[in-house]
Design a binder for this molecule. Sequence first.
Ligand code: SF4
Ligand code: SF4
Length: 393
Amino acid sequence: MGQLFAVEVIYRGVFQKTLAKNITRGIVLAAHNEGKLGISFGRYSDAPERNGIPAKSFAIVANDEETLEAGMAQYEPKQVDVTVVLDDTLCKGAESWAWSGLQPVHRALKPGHTLIVISLDDAPALLKNIHRRKEPYKLGIVRGVTSFSGMWVYKDDHTDVRILGAIAKALPAVMSLESVEKFINEKLKNSLKVTTARNAFERFTTIGVKAGEGNPEEVVKVGLPRWEDMRCGVSIKGQGQGGPFADPVTGEVGGFRPVRNELFTKYSARTQRPVVNFATCTKCTLCWLNCPDGAFDITTAGTYDTNFEACSGCGICEEICPVKNCITMVNEDEFHDNNSQWAAFEKDKGAYLKWLEATIKKADPIKNRSHGFRYRGQYQEQVPEAMEIANKG
Ligand code: SF4
Ligand code: SF4
């Protein structure tokens, strides 16, 4: 048997599907230039085509046909030589197959191998989210804003070739920089992209992450139902109506909480989350009525408090809210808990409003929207900014 290499690319479903496909396809075609054989393929989690759902693309490469076939016999590689994370909010973990729980992003990475993350953050900031593991590994950051495009448009900001350049450095046994350049010249026919890939190769460095270093939280585990838990026949469980609940601040029972599907958790589906200014909210109900996930709880005070175990971060509430800057979507990276915003506001209004202002300012949500766009053409406008960061390295 020859040598088998596997690279996985973890990305946000729909928003980054084409980008991930381009990267894994590029790996295979660059490796072909060295006489190696390979295949790239994608695998969605349980909710195909849902915006933002963590998903994976793979490239497997081998020196001979027999080895490649052995690798292809697996549904997906159990161990990989390089893991690439295209959206740094995924460092909190990926919900693969959703209801079986959260998986650390380096779960399949071989000990001592390389995790590549696209981010403007530094390693200590990323390691606040990346779970610790028993084995050491290397962390390499490709500096850049998260590249989102969406279903119908593709933001060609050279993220694909930057990642190829970084992989060539991290795993030269799968493909050299020369093979990446040949692939770009022959298939993409873009000499500027060759330069970008070379720059990424030259700048790419890694740091060693020790065993036990990183986010100490236990990953969320959701047990699969056992056979004796299953009901007879084929049936779809209906959901109840919901009802009053205890206000997180006063404990007073009232308001309204919809019933939510306990099997469909959203620990990692979000790239951004709404931050609500309760001081300017007019209680108009529009956010509650339009939220596709029924994520708002109505408090006894008549305000709408986002329940972050239900919110998928779609941004509709921000768009629909008639009060200027009352709801603002902020990058998920800024948050480390799912606590009630209403409770924080009621506890100390001044402190909450200060926090709100600082959080919104820091994340600059209008400039750095993680996905979705307010007007057509916004993605294209973001390309020069992404290129500038890429050129600075
Ligand atoms: S972002 Fe807003 S509309 Fe979308 S799921 Fe979350 S609370 Fe609901
Ligand atoms: S849409 Fe805006 S103003 Fe209306 S209830 Fe929701 S947060 Fe308040």
